[in-house]
Design a protein around this ligand. Structure first.
Ligand code: CA
Length: 723
């Protein structure tokens, strides 16, 4: 056994497996056998720096810095990095998982929450676990069938399933140990895409679904048994019933009326958590409102706690400790679910325990994590919705031009950033070596428009409940394309002490990958346009690049096996941007191809060839027979029910079929498909959501859109360009 780089050899004279586990960066077969697979506990995670060859929780450490002390691969030799192995994930949809690596085994997930255990040295499959997520309910998840990875603890692997279940799997055999349904109300659309976190023997998981009208919460379950320990609600319930706890007593006066009970209120906790084991505080990022439009959920009044907030929770009891609200009364889908990094950094000569976040609203916040006090806030891109944060109150100064719901004429308002944020869920990284935070940044804006009347809560669960038109307006494709051309991405290296950009790398589109930084003075990131790249952490100089053969959204990790350092990228285009904003995401120029790509110095494996699933789809529509009324109704129904997967204006980003390219056969059985004939392929059933008449209207709208495309040969969809 070789020591991990930088580890003094004298440690190797220690004899017990436990001692080795605590000090060694790599492990031996004997050790693995002694403690079994995934034998992770709180002590191991707290002492993660003593075994840097492992990556035991999604952010590597409880502070979620996503920084690795490994330095076999450095800025001096990274140009020798080559593929060690690849593994093909079953379903070519969005890949967002951060893998876990413990004692030479990688645990990761693909679309529809399928779990893979791989030999981390060779990529050989050890076992695969398919929780068989309910495909008929796939439409109840807003943003593709993605999953952000597993947690491991005491010989078990934990996965949140898209349909709302949390499951524990035996790490050795890959068989189910227990399963719970985390939904509080099965009549609402509640999903899971986030990675569970495990602290103090509790598995903690939140949910998604604010766009469909649900109430946000997170739940802690006993890791051994799955028994519920506590649940923390993020927004109030029925005001006619007693408040559940102190947190809800604080939140309730910030809401008006009772429409939010129907709308759900939102505030889902679908991604970020971090943990301070000394303070015993769990930090959660709370999502956007339901409905988006404040008028329809709270009579346009109030801060609506704890929407778009970081909330600190006492992990033993699940009780509220403090909160900081980034966007009071959120109206723009400015979720604060983005990555929360904990660090101890020197500010004005004093070491502060901070939490750092750059949520969708475009600010970078440095918060005292002991009490929630704002230390500083600065915008990372130009903002149109706000002109700064008032340091006395900690509140953003909101520009009137962004307050679309107050417009008596219900006009469209262009707001920057908009619903994909200046930074979304893609994890950042903090390097204690450079003191910089590396942020996958978006520059994007979109139109928001108030609906004149309160929309009824749609009975069908796969229909958006925004209470506003957003992004889709103006409907004209020309404006959308013009807007798209203003969107771009970048990797921003940000100094949290000075709140200034230190270096940046521009990208041609938004939705680039999460970030990893290492002690080798390296920053790794995959890109939306299909590359995996390494930069120098201090200067941002590009040092290495290889093609990924698909877009990259997930954050890479690094680990060692038998003393050799590896870097893994989970790659595969899909997710919210490419499904919903199909037409705009085509700028990335990539197609879905889900893979695990693992690199090492001197690696010589080859990137496998890939055949695009919909390559044979052709533009061959039936004659246009629909009336203008039918087509107009079809457009509305498509926008509310179909656009989140098949793209605004029926322009697909290539992840799911472009419905303008339907085959003759599929045109003939259109209604059957909408009513569930292809549920097993992931096409949900709309039997409860669309009447026969509406299905016909949607069909006529799609035929019209196909003819539009036929008449404009310059607007060929990406799918049609494939060989
Ligand atoms: Ca949202």
């Amino acid at each position: 056994m070789k020591p991990a780089s930088g580890k003094p050899a004298r440690f190797l004279t220690m004899t017990t497996a436990l001692a080795l586990a605590l000090v060694g960066g790599s492990t031996t077969f004997a050790q693995d056998a002694a403690r079994g697979p995934a034998a992770v506990d709180g002590a191991r995670i707290v002492n993660a720096d003593k075994e840097p060859g492992n990556w035991m929780t999604t952010g590597r450490t409880y502070d979620e810095q996503r920084y690795s002390p490994l330095k076999q691969i450095t800025d001096k030799n990274v140009d020798k990095l080559g593929l060690a192995w690849t593994y093909k994930i079953d379903i070519d949809r969005g890949v967002e998982a951060t893998p876990i690596v413990v004692d030479g085994v990688m645990y990761t997930t693909g679309p529809f929450s399928i779990v893979y255990a791989l030999d981390a040295k060779t990529g050989q499959l050890k076992w695969k676990y398919d929780p068989k997520s309910d495909r008929a309910r796939a439409g109840e998840a807003c943003c593709d069938a993605v999953n952000r990875g597993v947690a491991v603890w005491n010989g078990k692997v934990y996965v949140g399933v898209l349909d709302g279940r949390l499951e524990a799997i035996d790490a050795k055999s890959g068989t189910k140990v227990w399963s719970v349904d985390t939904r509080y109300d099965t009549t609402r659309s509640i999903s899971i895409t986030g990675a569970p976190r495990i602290v103090e023997g509790k598995v903690i998981i939140g949910n998604g679904g604010a766009e469909y009208g649900t109430r946000g919460y997170i739940t802690a379950y006993d890791a051994e048994t799955g028994k519920q320990d506590w649940r923390f609600w993020t927004v109030p319930g029925d005001p006619d019933k007693p408040a559940e706890n102190k947190a809800m007593e604080i939140a309730r006066p910030t809401w008006t009326g009772r429409a939010f009970v129907t709308q759900g209120g939102g505030g889902t906790v679908w991604d970020s958590m971090s943990y301070d084991p000394e303070l015993k505080l769990l930090y959660i990022g709370v999502g956007n409102a339901s409905s988006w439009n404040p008028k329809f959920r709270s009579e346009g009044k109030g801060d609506n706690l704890f929407l778009s907030s970081i909330v600190a929770i006492h992990v033993d009891t699940g009780e509220y400790a403090w909160h900081y609200q980034t966007t009071p009364g959120d109206a723009w889908d400015f979720t604060a679910t983005a990555h929360i990094i904990l660090a101890d950094i020197k500010i004005d000569g004093k070491v502060r325990k901070v939490a750092m976040q750059s949520p969708k609203n475009g600010y970078f916040y440095v918060i005292d994590r002991t009490n929630g006090k704002l230390l500083s806030a600065k915008n990372i891109i130009p903002l149109s919705w706000s002109s700064g944060v008032d340091m006395k109150t900690g509140r953003p100064k909101v520009n009137q031009s962004a307050e679309y719901w107050k417009d008596p004429e219900h006009k469209s308002h262009l707001v920057q950033p908009a619903f994909w944020g200046a930074h979304d869920w893609q994890p950042m990284s903090y390097s204690p070596d450079t003191g910089l935070v590396y942020i996958p940044t978006h520059i994007m804006s979109a139109y928001y428009q108030d609906l004149a009347k309160e929309p009824p809560r749609r009975k069908f669960k796969s229909a958006y409940q925004l209470g506003a038109d957003a992004g889709m307006v103006p409907e004209a494709e020309k404006e959308l394309r013009e807007l798209a051309n203003t969107w771009s991405g970048k990797l921003t290296a940000w100094d949290p002490k000075t709140q200034k950009m230190v270096w940046e790398v521009p990208y041609k589109t938004i939705f680039n990958g999460g970030v990893l930084s290492t002690a080798g003075n390296l920053v790794f990131e995959g890109t939306a346009d299909g590359r995996v790249v390494a930069y120098s952490a201090d200067k941002g100089k590009k040092l290495w690049e290889q093609p990924a053969n698909t877009g990259v959204m997930a954050a890479p990790i690094t680990y060692t096996v038998d003393g050799e350092q590896y870097v893994t990228f989970m790659v595969g285009w899909g997710g919210a941007f490419s499904t919903f904003e199909g037409g705009i995401s085509l700028n990335a120029g990539v197609l879905p191809n889900a893979q695990v790509l693992t690199y090492k110095l001197g690696g010589t494996a080859k990137l496998p060839d890939f055949k695009y699933k919909y390559a044979d789809h052709k533009l061959d529509p039936p004659p246009l027979t629909g009336t203008p009324e039918q087509i107009a109704e079809g457009q509305k129904a498509f926008g509310a029910n179909c656009s989140q997967c098949h793209g605004i204006n029926a322009v697909s980003g290539g992840v799911l079929p472009d419905l303008r390219l339907l085959s003759k056969e599929n045109h003939a059985r259109f209604a059957a498909i909408v009513y569930g004939a292809r549920v097993m392929d992931g096409m949900p059933s709309f039997a409860d959501g669309l009447t026969m008449q509406q299905v016909e209207e949607v069909h006529q709208y799609l035929i019209k859109r196909a003819h539009d495309l036929k008449d404009s040969p310059t607007r060929e969809p990406r799918a049609a360009q494939q060989p």
